[in-house]
Ligand binder design. Structure first.
Ligand SMILES: [Zn+2]
Length: 95
């Protein structure tokens, strides 16, 4: 466990440029592709008959836009408290 922590601390300076790049990416392009539908705006399903990909339901995660606000940008926009509130609302709406 301590070796893992040591490796993490050693890698930390190397990760700083990555974090910086991510921050720049969030600033330059706040939207990322929706991971639930891969930017399509709808779910894909395979047809039972031929096994080919077909259009499924509209994606609710991104509201059919296929785009999602990046996590870094969301943090930047609202802060942690608002994010937790949004998380709770989303959780409730799924019930
Ligand atoms: Zn989506």
């Amino acid at each position: 466990m301590s070796t893992l922590l040591g490796a993490f601390i050693t890698a930390l300076p190397g990760l700083m440029p990555v974090a910086l790049c991510y921050a720049l990416l969030c600033a330059a392009s706040p939207f990322g592709r929706c991971r639930a539908c891969k930017g399509l705006g709808f779910r894909t399903r395979t047809t039972a008959l031929t096994g080919r990909l077909a259009r499924g339901r509209d994606c609710r995660r991104c509201d059919t836009t296929g785009r999602r606000l990046r996590l870094g940008r969301r943090l930047h926009n609202h802060g942690l408290a608002a994010r937790e509130r949004a998380e709770r609302i989303r959780h409730n709406s799924q019930l």
